[in-house]
Design a protein around this ligand. Sequence first.
Ligand SMILES: Cc1cc2nc3c(=O)[nH]c(=O)nc-3n(C[C@H](O)[C@H](O)[C@H](O)COP(=O)(O)O)c2cc1C
Length: 176
Amino acid sequence: MENIENNIIFTRRSIRSFIKEKKVENEKVELILKAAMQAPSACNKQPWEFLVLDDANIIESIAPIDKHYALSVKAPLVIIAMGNEKTSYKGDNGMPWFPLDVSAAVQNMLLEAASLGLGSVWIGTYPDEKRIKGLQNHFNIPEHIIPFAVIAIGYSEDSNKFVDRFVKEKVHYNKY
Ligand SMILES: Cc1cc2nc3c(=O)[nH]c(=O)nc-3n(C[C@H](O)[C@H](O)[C@H](O)COP(=O)(O)O)c2cc1C
């Protein structure tokens, strides 16, 4: 049996303090973006786009949009994962499925960051109307491109570590 304490899926944690002056190497940024686009998506539509912020002034400029974004100012790298409502798969009731696809992409990014020795945290955006509109207005993002998650990334003194969250009562075998 694998030792799960050595597996990034089990050890990844939200990291909220960063060594701001230590830049994330371009190769690592690219790997995080590649990991994002490796995610599964409904009908393989891949309805995602990414806004990479690596300029401290631009990162700081998002803080006034919402109090939750203050955390991102501490990071040297912020990636805003976005969903494309036009290219997204739509279910029979017309609802776009991009939130599921972009969630999978974001999780891949967090895991890739952890595997590269970085800390990261998902800062909620979708489905909060104020945060979505705030980012769209701030960056002139077209209306059909929906800011979905703000991800703060960087080197940290804090480390990823295993926390056991398995709750056997949440699992149902063969009948509910
Ligand atoms: C949709 C979503 C929104 C989140 N928003 C925030 C946030 O605004 N600020 C924050 O510090 N953490 C945020 N988190 C991180 C969670 O707080 C964190 O994942 C949770 O406490 C579990 O801890 P872990 O990531 O270390 O396992 C968010 C996570 C998700 C999935």
